[in-house]
Every structure is written in C-alpha cells, then in structure tokens.
Ligand binder design. Structure first.
Ligand SMILES: [Zn+2]
Length: 223
C-alpha cells in the first residue's frame, strides 16, 4: 500500500464485527486549487477517494463523519435492506476513481435505505458529481442536479448551521449549481439573494466568490 495511506481498525456499528478502513495521512494531502463549487483539486493523492467507508462483511457504507453514528433501528434497516443481498468484498487499500465511485454509490444506497436529512444526501451527491468530473464523464450533470435538489430542500427545511455548513454556503451552492447546469436566471436570483443578505457580510471570501460568479452568470445569460 502507498505509504501515505494507513488502515484504522474500528467496530462496524451495523454488524459489530471488527473492520478496517483506509485513511490518508494529513501531510500527504496537498491542495493544488479549488473549483467554484468547492471541489478541491489535490497534487497526488486525493483524500476524497477514501472518505466513504464500507464494511466488507455487511455492506454498511457511509461518509466517515457519519459512519459510527448509526443507531440500533438504522442498524436493523442495514441488516434487512443491505446485508441480505451483500457479497463480502474488501474496500481497503489504494483506491482509484472507479473504486471511490463504487464506495460512494454504496454509501448513497445505504442512506436511501436508512433515511437522513437532505444535507447528508447533498454531501454524497456533490462528491459523486466531483468524481465524475475527474473522469470527465457527463454523468456529473445528473449528480449536480440531484445535489441541487438536496441543497434546495436543505435550505427550505433544515436549521442552520449544520456542523460547519451554514446558510450562506447553502445559498451559494444553490446558485452555483444552477449556473453549472445552465439555469442562469435561477442562479442570478440566488447569487443576488446571497449578496444582499446581511449574514453574507461575515464571510468575505464567500461574498467575493458570489460576486464573481454573479457577473460571470450575467455574461453567460446574454451570450
Ligand atoms: Zn458491518
């Protein structure tokens, strides 16, 4: 295994077996640049590839931050809806983009079966879109559309902040994803709403990005 990677041992909260997941050493993560929807481009190893954890024994999969927070009732849902159909296979070790896509799709399938807030669905759908962007595959658009639906639902229904995710960032994502899928008028409406909101003044970088993207969208809309 690449020496920037290491395995961590934990108990699967669904089947209670001892499992291993592969993580990336922090010092190996070198940021090269950011896309306008917060997709981070790394030099060398991409830690996003390793952020969807899978239990090889029962098929439970989730983002690392959520993985160990599975309640008893949700563990039962995994057992009946996932494990029954699961063929044991390993997900540890080095991952390429296709292996990452498989792990993220399993995490999404688990979340559909278990249920969760729209912000959790958004996290998976936007990452699936980014993985397809790396592959330069048009399926990126399908996942951007799903993520946009999730962010819009999250904005309407959830209480902010959700961890580090605040209301302004949610508005920015709704605006930027609308721009990326070609809904320029919707994007302009959301960028304007964000720029004029009093909360945005506390986040200078986001406000600056929103202004840049607002002008870019205006140009795209008339060309
Ligand atoms: Zn398990």
């Amino acid at each position: 295994m690449d020496d920037s990677l290491y395995n961590k041992t934990l108990t699967c909260p669904a089947c209670k077996k001892t499992i291993e997941v592969t993580k990336v050493k922090t010092k190996a993560c070198i940021v090269s640049s950011h896309d306008t929807d917060f997709f981070v481009i790394y030099k060398g190893i991409n830690p996003m590839f390793y952020d969807a954890w899978v239990c090889e024994f029962c098929g439970y999969a989730a983002l690392s931050e959520r993985f160990e927070k599975l309640g008893i009732n949700d563990a039962k849902k995994v057992s009946t809806a996932i494990t029954t159909f699961w063929k044991s296979r390993k997900f540890t070790g080095e991952r390429n983009v296709d292996a990452a896509l498989e792990a993220y799709k399993l995490a999404l399938y688990n979340l559909i079966k278990i249920g969760g807030p729209p912000s959790d669905f958004a996290k998976l759908n936007i990452r699936l879109a980014w993985l397809y962007r790396i592959k330069q595959d048009n399926k990126e658009m399908d996942f951007l559309k799903s993520a946009l639906k999730n962010y819009t639902e999250s904005y309407d229904k959830e209480k902010f902040p959700i961890g580090k995710f605040d209301e302004c960032t949610c508005m920015y994502m709704i605006a930027e994803l609308n721009r990326r899928i070609g809904n320029y008028n919707e994007a302009i409406t959301w960028f304007s709403k964000l720029i004029s909101s009093p909360e945005a003044k506390n986040n200078k970088m986001l406000l600056e990005n929103a202004r840049d993207q607002y002008h870019l969208t205006k140009e795209l809309a008339i060309s």
